[in-house]
Ligand binder design. Sequence first.
Ligand code: NAD
Length: 306
Amino acid sequence: MWAGSVTGQLGGYDPGMGAVIIDGKALAARYREEAGEKVAQLRARGHSVRLDAVLVATEDRQSSSRVYAENQAARCRELGIDYRLHELPHTAGYDEVAGRVLLLNTDDDVRAIMVHLPLPDGVDTQRIQALIDAEKDVEGVNPANIGNVVYGRTSLVPCTALAVLRMIQSTGMALQGKRIVVVGASDIVGKPVAVLLMRELATVISCNKFTKDLAELTRSADVLVVATGKAGLITALMVKPGAVVIDVGIHRVTMPDGSRRLVGDVAFDEVREVAGHVTPVPGGVGPMTVSMLLVNLINAVERRMR
Ligand code: NAD
């Protein structure tokens, strides 16, 4: 299994100097580069590397999912990865989407499948994701792949959770015995992150919007992972000096001067004064999540070769 060998240890934390910024863009670029080298090796041995992506069209030809798919296709081709887009008409219902996924599951030439979101109203996303062959599910969205994390079979881990783990590891911190507080417990981010970090033998505390005395818990964390969808929720007073802070949140906000900006769930400017390491938004977990799909893609291809 390819876990990526980017170690990328960052400079040490120096109290008084402010946090070391974990550069998600640079880290993601290194994973992308390694993926490109892996693809070249696989191709040299006669193996094709391809991503099959299902997209339900919208009436708007420039919908965000179409733009995302086109960008993704271009990025894959740059690395020598073939990209096959299976575009279904905007009228497609559950049966058509499910039918296409099942067809791809049974095609031996297909090693890696993803389904672009959002799906049309009336098509149950979770039911579709549960249909993707777990061994071809490069986004790690089939519940079986989240379950596999529990059992330590971690070749196709949900991409955002894997991005969080790799960013923490990039600081050089050994996780065994560390106290990790994960704020946010959604099925797609918070829970997989917590389970994955439990596998590292950390002491993991999962918080949600009903958690009492949140600040007391977050202040006790060696590592604080935040995925709540609440802009600026985590302030400097909630962070232990020297902690590693990973911000998964993404929000587009309007500034007092009317300009638009992307921010996270962490009040970055003040938290960077206290934390040891912190991820920025933008340029943090987002780009790493995109690169983790490449790690999963290569794992899926290699696994089918065995
Ligand atoms: P969600 O709304 O599904 O879940 C939010 C979770 O946070 C819930 O468990 C809720 O109980 C908890 N929560 C909300 N307010 C809280 C509070 N005040 N205190 C403690 N817990 C609180 O959200 P999600 O899908 O997990 O996404 C979270 C954020 O991460 C969003 O900003 C989303 O855009 C972002 N996101 C980023 C990536 C990425 O790749 N960077 C991927 C997925 C999601």
